[in-house]
Design a protein around this ligand. Sequence first.
Ligand SMILES: [Zn+2]
Length: 220
Amino acid sequence: MVSENAEDYLACIYDLTRAEGAVKTTAIAAKLDLTPASVTEMTQKLAAEGYLNYEKYRGVTLTAKGRKVAERIKRRHRLLERFLVDIVGMKKEQSHDEAMKLEHNVSDGTVERLSQIMNYPTVCPDGDPIPPSETPAEHDPDLSIPLDEMGDGDEGKITHLSCEDSAKIKRLISMGFVPGRRVRLEEKVPMGGPVLVQMEELKVALSRDYASKVMVRKCP
Ligand SMILES: [Zn+2]
């Protein structure tokens, strides 16, 4: 079990070493706004626990174990930023601080679900890569088809939303098209008309354009 401070610390080293290989403790102190003495203390502690390597003249690098912790926290942070900006509608400048608060306290399951709802984004709002998941959500695109390709009377379960446009994703979610939910296609109105869908107690008329973005796995 790693403390929140240690998680932030390892994530900071992850960022710095991506650019520079090994990083000096003075650079870490500057980035995290800590005293050199407390950085040295944290470095020694985490090196003793096997999270990082410390060579006096070369600097600090992450071990495989430390990288794993850092990648997990970076994944959470960047997915939460995406969620806050794309779905909640927060300004990009505010999303970083809010994600910093949330990233330590969200379960892995929720993080993977957010990723699924947003169609597995690979970059944060700033364009930095989101590290891949160690426990990927159930996702087999070969078995999913767009909702508007189901036949009248077919039932299925929403697997994900195949859409890059966050305004459309928001709209679909607000209408109830959330991964995991069961849907029944009642009728496709001819001549490119809407798709009538039964979703739990709800009846929804969805345009073809929107329906083509809802990916569904058919249930027998
Ligand atoms: Zn950030």
